[in-house]
Design a protein around this ligand. Structure first.
Ligand SMILES: Cc1cc2nc3c(=O)[nH]c(=O)nc-3n(C[C@H](O)[C@H](O)[C@H](O)COP(=O)(O)OP(=O)(O)OC[C@H]3O[C@@H](n4cnc5c(N)ncnc54)[C@H](O)[C@@H]3O)c2cc1C
Ligand code: SF4
Length: 286
């Protein structure tokens, strides 16, 4: 067992102060991804900052659009009347992922920052993983990779961001609001995540390896992960291609990944025609 400290601040500023005091700290929302990664030894934060007492749980109308707090649960967002009627693709995308129990725990901010589901990333007994250990190689390139990328990959990493919800948010062209010790920023959702490129360990444009939104300081707290513009949502529909046939994820290799995405593209016409947004890959759990 690796020791870590735990703190549960009540204000955003206290949470940021706690973050500043211990480097490599982690904020914890629902914990559905972070705790798994800690158990596997992939994430080893010396301090957990529980953000569940922060006042970030509102869904509010703002300038004709919608503002969704970072701590709104995935279930509450998917079932909210304003989201269901004005942005049904977001509701459909959230409900297409995970399970009711997980969606009850998972927060909007955590969903946005969840890590890839690449098997090799989760298993430190594999030495090769450029995302986990920069410069070590990529075991998935020649291993099990049916849930990996067919677009946007690099020689260093072929992993995808696994969020169903984020695909819908990219289509809706929302904004993410963040606060760090040096200020607040709004970031266009489409600019938030990065392709793996040469530095797959840098996953968003928040950190000093990215666009430096927060003055070269990597600590930030998502406050309002999504600010959705007026009238953006009604013309999209969400489809999810699922594997069936007894293989729970590992094993059939890249060919299957390609054919699944072909199916996805065919069914996903409406979304792709408007925005070209595709993404998210999960091993079959249902
Ligand atoms: C069995 C299983 C099946 C799943 N299936 C799917 C699926 O089909 N589709 C899908 O899209 N997802 C799926 N998920 C993933 C799930 O959606 C994510 O685990 C969840 O959304 C993460 O939210 P959380 O609040 O629990 O995040 P946490 O685990 O608490 O945190 C995740 C990361 O976000 C950071 N973080 C959290 N909140 C903030 C904040 N406000 N500011 C800054 N940093 C923050 C944490 O530090 C951590 O790095 C599945 C998960 C499991 C375990
Ligand atoms: S695809 Fe990316 S996350 Fe997976 S093993 Fe390769 S470098 Fe690691």
């Amino acid at each position: 067992m690796r020791p870590f400290t735990y703190t549960c601040p009540k204000t955003v500023d206290d949470a940021l102060r706690a973050y500043m005091q211990t480097s490599e700290s982690k904020f914890i929302g629902g914990g559905t991804n972070l705790l798994d990664l800690m158990k596997m030894g992939v994430e080893r934060p010396p301090q957990l900052i529980d953000i569940n007492k922060l006042p970030l749980t509102a869904i509010e109308e703002r300038n004709g659009g919608l503002r969704i707090g970072a701590l709104v649960s995935n279930t509450a967002a998917a079932n909210h009347p304003l989201i269901r009627t004005r942005y049904p693709v977001l509701s459909q995308a959230i409900l297409g992922g995970a399970s009711p129990q997980l969606r009850n725990m998972a927060t909007m901010g955590g969903n946005l920052l969840q890590r890839t589901r690449c098997y090799y990333f989760y298993d430190p007994s594999y030495a090769e993983c450029n995302k986990r250990v920069p410069g070590s190689g990529c075991a998935a390139l020649h291993g099990y990779n049916r849930i990996h990328a067919i677009l946007g990959q690099s020689e260093q990493c072929i992993a995808v961001h696994p969020s169903d919800m984020c695909v819908a948010l990219a289509a809706l062209d929302g904004e993410v609001q963040v606060k760090g010790p040096k200020g607040e920023r709004s970031i266009r959702f489409a600019d938030f995540h990065r392709l793996p490129g040469e530095t797959p360990q840098v996953e968003t444009n928040l950190t000093s390896g990215g666009i430096n939104y927060l003055d070269r300081f990597a600590g930030y707290l998502l406050r309002t992960p999504f600010l959705l513009p007026e009238g953006a949502g009604s013309s999209f529909v969400c489809f999810r291609a699922r594997f069936r046939g007894g293989d729970s994820g590992r094993g059939r290799g890249r060919k299957d990944s390609r054919s699944a995405n072909r199916i996805g593209r065919g069914r996903n016409e409406t979304l792709a025609r408007h925005t070209g947004r595709e993404g998210s890959c999960w091993p079959e759990t249902g």
